[in-house]
Every structure is written in C-alpha cells, then in structure tokens.
Design a protein around this ligand. Structure first.
Ligand SMILES: Nc1ncnc2c1ncn2[C@@H]1O[C@H](COP(=O)(O)OP(=O)(O)OP(=O)(O)O)[C@@H](O)[C@H]1O
Ligand SMILES: [Mg+2]
Length: 261
C-alpha cells in the first residue's frame, strides 16, 4: 500500500553547538487517503520537525517521503513549491498571515499563484464560509487569534488540497475558539475527504482523530486507532462533537458546505 502519505525510514540529524543530534530516528508509517491522524508526544519529541518534512519544508537526512505517490525528498525547491500548492494546505500554530495584506488578500494569495482568475471573489467566498464575511478588509493585527486562524484555514484550503497539515492549530486559542477551528478542520476532512494530520497536545482532540501516532525521542512510540474496529466508516468525529469541551456555536456542515460552491 502506498497511501496518501508514506514515510519510510526517515531520520533527521541536525548539528547544534558542534554536536549532532538525532531528532527523528528511522520513522516509518503510511497514512491512507482520507484518514485523520493526530501526532502527539512530549515537547521536543520531533512532532513539528516531522510535520515540516511531510510538507517538504525541509529535507530529511535519510529516508523517503511520498505524497500521493510522488517522492518529495528528491524534488527541487521550485518543483516542491508548485507541488505543495497543489497537494498540501499547511496551518501553523502562530497563524503566519502576511501582515501587510488584508484577510481576503491573504486567502487570495495561493489562488493567484495557482492562476485562478476569480481569486478575489473565491477568497471572499472562502472567508464567508469560515464566518468572516464582515472581516474581509481587516489586517491580521485587527483580527482576534481565532479569526486569524480561521483565515489561515481558509487560505490553507483555498486550492482544495487533498492533504491538510496543522501544527498545533489550537495551541494559541482558548477552548471555545479552538473548538470552532477544529470543527472547521474536521468538516473539511469529512465533507471533502481531505487527509488530515494535526499535531496537538490536547488529549481530547487527539482521540477524536481516527488514528493517534505518539512520538517519543524521535521514534514512534505507539500507533493507535481510538475508535478501532470502526475506523473509516463511522466518523471518529462523533467522539469529538459529543465532547462538551468542543461544542461550538457554528454547525459544521453549514461551514464546509460553502467550501463546495
Ligand atoms: N535547527 C535545529 N537545530 C538543532 N536542533 C533542532 C533544530 N530544530 C529543532 N531542533 C531540536 O529538535 C527537537 C525536536 O524539535 P521539534 O520542534 O520537532 O519538537 P516538537 O515535538 O514539535 O516540540 P513542541 O511540542 O515543543 O513543539 C528538539 O529537541 C529541538 O531542540
Ligand atoms: Mg512543535
């Protein structure tokens, strides 16, 4: 099985203060298309490093990573940039919006890079779908953390990539605001069959994913299916949605149905 994401014998060794440090140690796993996966583990266990490698933001010291059947570890930088726009939406813990662009302009960037003619219009639709129709012209500094993260999710999903990667997407948000962002990610996963991989420290969030990969000292410590036996058919999201901590005000289906238009 190739899977949507395949990580084979991936190691990452970096040199810091004259010493080489093994950050990831021969990690292997396969994520099938449409699976939702949480990557958990203590601080410093290599979660962000691994996610960055899966997005081709960095190259591993050894090993191979394939996305949708294509080996990204041998790609040139410019080919990778194009490939990333087609295949991957990436969401950072700290939003990473462009401060000199408004919300709608931020969302339009990947669309314009992909040659979309109605980029502005489509960006506006996407922002409405995350409940920000009245914040189009706001600059990031004029938006709350939760609003910025919703802009970041709209931007990551603008070109409808088959893979969404999120590094602690709720790490900088209070639980109610975080719930809205998570609901949005889950709805994209459920309604569009997007493969979703997110790094989190939140146990409730992690176990609402179909699969949990736990890292420790750069190795996979465990690989579990919290809702095992009923993995892909029954949405693991039920666990999440029925969790009072994550009951947000906005019905998910409404949000994501507008992504379809
Ligand atoms: N450029 C670098 N040079 C040397 N060491 C690095 C570099 N980047 C990260 N590290 C080290 O690699 C290890 C893994 O870092 P990483 O950011 O992947 O951890 P993490 O699991 O995401 O942690 P956290 O939960 O705190 O975000 C850490 O010990 C970190 O200090
Ligand atoms: Mg990290």
């Amino acid at each position: 099985m190739v899977g949507m994401i395949s990580v084979q014998q991936v190691s990452m060794v970096l040199v810091a203060a004259g010493q080489s440090v093994t950050i990831l140690d021969r990690i292997s796993f396969i994520i099938p298309a449409q699976q939702s996966v949480a990557i958990v583990g203590p601080s410093g266990s290599g979660k962000s490093t691994l996610l960055g490698l899966m997005a081709g933001l960095d190259q591993p010291t050894s090993g191979a990573i394939t996305l949708d059947g294509t080996d990204i570890t041998t790609m040139t930088e410019s080919r990778m940039a194009q490939f990333r726009r087609e295949k991957i939406g990436y969401i950072f813990q700290s939003f990473h919006l462009i401060p000199t662009l408004t919300a709608v302009e931020n969302v339009a960037v990947p669309l314009e890079l992909n040659g979309e003619k109605r980029a502005g219009e489509r960006a506006a639709e996407l922002l409405s779908s995350v409940g920000l129709s009245d914040r189009m012209g706001h600059y990031p500094v004029q938006l709350s953390g939760g609003e910025q993260q919703r802009v970041a999710v709209a931007r990551a999903f603008a070109c409808r990539p088959p893979i969404l990667l999120a590094d602690e997407p709720t790490g900088n948000l209070d639980s109610a605001t975080g719930a809205q962002v998570v609901e949005l990610l889950l709805s994209l996963h459920r309604d569009h069959g997007t493969t979703l991989v997110l790094v989190t420290h939140d146990v409730a969030l992690a176990t609402s994913m179909q699969r949990v990969l736990a890292l420790r000292d750069g190795r996979v410590e465990s690989d579990t299916l919290p809702s095992s036996g009923e993995t892909t058919d029954r949405p693991a999201h039920d666990t999440f949605i029925n969790n009072p901590r994550y009951t947000a005000e906005h019905p998910t289906s409404e949000l994501s149905s507008r992504f379809r238009s």
